[in-house]
Design a binder for this molecule. Structure first.
Ligand SMILES: Cc1ncc(COP(=O)(O)O)c(C=O)c1O
Length: 386
């Protein structure tokens, strides 16, 4: 019997052959992804090698070392999670939350709510402390919440992409030590763009993404865990309820043993290695300064257009600016026209701030003065036309 004789007939109506890939050239000045550095795209555009090849293992070491630099941490357990920022976010909770653990989340924007949702799925007893979107928590407010809830983990978002606010972290780690709890921080929109000193600030767990301050496509996400957090993982009574993100398994691949866990996204490792290499070449101080200078140019230009920023200057992120939509202006019509007529993407408001703000990102490779000029000219034109 031939194979074809026993086989069902191929249903050719399922067959579509689109034209060759044709991607519009966009300037991505929204909440992310940002445009990647062309050197990163070139690094990614190589043949994969085996994920246990000695040459690949060297790249892994380099990636881990450079991540420690950008985060300013000595944490041994620092590695990229295969997936986007949400996967790395989930890794922090999956590994340290045991059913019934009290997890206290600071909610002052959209991503605080995502942390609540995720922690609940790992059966944490989730509590929250809330602030209006665009404001940040003071040390006094955090102390009062720790006293009231006595959590095992306090989770805060360093840079809230939905509001454009920077949560100060100085002193928070000391507070957490005093209350014997772990400090978990979302650095998705801060890494590479604003000062972060994980060890100095006594942060126990952090995660980020590749597609913003690191100028890389999405898909390989920095993750780190302190010795204190590792102790909690090692003392678990229950298995980590997520096989893919279980650090007690992943550390055998990212540690000395190099035991197969899952096939590493090899080309994403090329990409994030190049992205991190470019940050180390520029130097953290220079990168932070560049982000601040470029953002200040944007803020001045927005004021000249008669537009106001949503967040007080003291807590305003240079990586992501929320701009108040003037009365009577259709926010979405403006973003659509910017994209369609000018190939510039900026973000609409998210959640509570939907329709009320635009979100302009100046992150990584895109944090340059010419991009500020381009978006301001286009925005002025679009608003006049509408
Ligand atoms: C603050 C913050 N946390 C988490 C995430 C989730 O990351 P991702 O969309 O890469 O999964 C984002 C995404 O923009 C974010 O801005």
């Amino acid at each position: 019997m031939t194979l074809t004789a026993a086989r069902p007939k191929i249903n050719e109506t399922f067959r579509i052959t689109p034209p060759a890939l044709d991607i519009p050239e966009r300037l991505l000045l929204g909440p992310g992804p940002s445009n990647s550095n062309p050197d990163v795209v070139a690094a990614m555009n190589r043949q994969p090698i085996g994920h246990l090849d000695p040459a690949y293992l060297d790249l892994m070491d380099e990636v881990q070392a450079m991540m420690r630099y950008v985060w300013q941490t000595e944490n041994q357990m620092t590695l990229p999670i295969s997936g986007t920022g949400s996967a790395a976010m989930e890794a922090t909770l999956a590994n340290t939350v045991e059913p019934g653990d009290v997890v206290l989340v600071g909610i002052n924007g959209y991503f605080g709510n995502r942390l609540v949702d995720m922690a609940g799925r790992y059966r944490a007893d989730v509590r929250s402390i809330n602030k209006p979107w665009g404001q940040v928590f003071s040390l006094g407010e955090l102390r009062a919440a720790l006293e009231e809830h006595r959590p095992a983990i306090l989770a805060l978002v360093h840079a809230e992409t939905s509001t454009g606010a920077r949560q100060p972290l100085e002193g928070v780690g000391d507070l957490c030590r005093e209350f014997d709890c772990l400090l978990l921080v979302d650095t998705v929109t801060s890494l590479g763009g604003i000062p972060i000193f994980l060890d100095e600030w006594k942060v126990d767990m952090a995660y980020s993404c590749s597609q913003k301050g690191l100028s890389c496509p999405p898909g390989s996400s920095p993750f780190t865990m302190s010795e204190r957090a590792l102790q909690k993982l090692d003392q678990r009574q229950t298995k980590v309820a997520n096989w893919y993100l279980d650090i007690s398994l992943l550390r055998n691949y990212w540690g000395k043993d190099r035991t197969y866990h899952h096939t590493a996204p090899v080309n994403m490792t090329y990409a994030i290695r190049e992205a991190l290499r470019l940050v180390t070449e520029e130097g953290l101080e220079n990168s932070w300064e560049r982000h601040q200078t470029t953002a200040e140019k944007l803020w001045e230009g927005l004021a000249d257009l008669g537009l106001n920023c949503h967040v007080d200057k003291e807590y305003r992120l240079p990586t992501l600016t929320t701009v108040q939509v003037p009365e009577g202006v259709d926010a979405k019509a403006v973003t659509s026209k910017l994209l369609n007529d000018h190939n510039i993407e900026i973000g609409n408001g998210l959640g509570e701030l939907g329709g009320k703000v635009w979100r302009i990102g100046l992150m990584g490779y895109n944090s340059r003065p010419e991009n500020v000029d381009n978006v301001l000219v286009a925005l002025g034109k679009v608003m006049a036309e509408l």
